[in-house]
Design a protein around this ligand. Structure first.
Ligand code: NAD
Ligand code: TDX
Length: 332
């Protein structure tokens, strides 16, 4: 891990990964490859800009990727189209970035025999029942519901096949929903926080009963660093804090932390194929690698995230109007 290439390092999880890696491993050499789509921003890396090399480019650009991969020893792959609602409206960019992009990267990693960590999501496993318990495990069946989840599932399967067929030294992780600073305002928590900060009403899809497991982005990234350093090549690790919340309860918590009454939101039409519940059994990661979330308590982590959005309107303000216009066109 002398020189890491981080794809998608100007996005939410990737930019937090870059900051976390530099904070916890001060001499770490890092190159970021990012296409700077609507979801990527150099502003998310401003504090560390002089400590990294930034390359603007597409992970599907085989010549560029080949040169960058040959120059590093480790690759961490975050680059993806990441928003379910966008994938329902237009799946094509998801096929290109998530499937074709991962293929191009795998071919370069194979040619140069580099260590790869592939970052994925628990959405590849589909939906758990709302009631009666149960968790996703590393052995859960792939059963994606949305075009986003299907393309992430395809990328996971490509990585597994390249590991088996060609001996690519890869690990994979599937993490639950993340929250924290620098998350695009299209996502649930930043959308609702910034709505309240702008004097607009939060928007809850359907009944709001759907449950997600919320993991702080630094906890996700600490797990990725641990897997890179001590994980078993060829293995998959599930990552989740254990904090399961219904969307309605979480929205009410956010409203109370923002000093607003709990009922001050609008119910809007549901998302099609809206998965009921996601929750991960992360005991392999905990037992084998000793990972523990630093933010097991969601209210504490969420209060810090709200403070960040309050203090950083310069970062999210420019995205807000366009994002809400896209939602308005969908009636949400
Ligand atoms: P994001 O949308 O905030 O960031 C994605 C980044 O990838 C952006 O900077 C974008 O410019 C870049 N990108 C997109 N297409 C590219 C391409 N073709 N070439 C180069 N760069 C490209 O997404 P995120 O929330 O940071 O998610 C990052 C990764 O983590 C994804 O693979 C996602 O599936 C996974 N993940 C996210 C979460 C979560 O809750 N956010 C949870 C589990 C897994
Ligand atoms: O305005 C909203 N109102 C609402 O009720 C939005 C944007 C969402 N929701 C609901 C839908 C989900 O049940 O909130 C929940 C969370 O929604 P998202 O933030 O869109 O996340 P989700 O679809 O669960 O996927 C996220 O977690 C897994 C990330 O976007 C993915 O990239 C990651 O893989």
């Amino acid at each position: 891990m002398e020189h890491m290439l981080v794809t998608g390092g100007a996005g939410f999880v990737g930019a937090n990964f870059v900051r976390r890696a530099l904070a916890t491993r001060p001499g770490q050499r890092l190159t970021v490859l990012d296409a700077l789509t609507y979801a990527g921003s150099r502003a998310s890396l401003a504090e560390v800009a002089d400590r990294i090399t930034f390359v603007q480019g597409d992970v599907r650009d085989a010549d560029l990727v080949d040169a960058l991969v040959s120059d590093c020893d480790t690759v961490v792959h975050f680059a993806a189209e990441s928003h379910v609602d966008n994938s329902l409206r237009d799946p094509a960019p998801f096929l290109r970035a998530n499937v074709e992009g991962t293929f191009v990267l795998l071919e370069a990693v194979r040619r140069h025999d580099r260590r790869l960590h592939h970052v994925s999501t628990d959405e590849v496993f589909g939906s758990l029942p709302l009631h009666g318990g149960g968790l996703f495990t590393e052995e859960s069946r792939y059963d994606p519901s949305s075009p986003y989840a299907a393309t992430k599932a395809a990328s996971d399967l490509l990585v597994r096949a390249w590991a088996r067929s060609y001996g690519v030294r890869a690990t994979l992780s599937n993490c639950a929903n993340n929250y924290g600073p620098y998350q695009n305002v299209e996502k649930f928590l930043p959308r609702q926080i910034t709505n309240v900060l702008r004097g607009q009403r939060p928007k809850l899809y359907g009944s709001g009963e759907n449950v997600r497991e919320w993991t702080h982005v630094d906890d996700h990234n600490d797990a990725v660093l641990l897997i890179l350093e001590a994980g078993t090549v060829g293995e998959t690790y599930l990552i989740g804090s254990g904090a399961q919340w219904s969307n309605r309860d979480l929205l009410e918590l956010a409203l109370s932390l923002l000093g607003r009454p709990p009922g001050e939101f609008d119910s809007v039409p549901d998302r099609p194929a809206h998965d009921l519940r996601y929750a991960c059994d992360s005991s392999r990661l905990r037992k084998e690698l000793g990972w523990r979330p630093r933010y097991p308590d969601l209210p504490e982590g969420l209060a810090g995230t709200i403070d960040w959005y309050r203090a950083n309107e310069w970062w999210w303000g420019p995205q807000k109007a366009e994002t809400e216009a896209r939602y308005a066109a969908l009636g949400r």
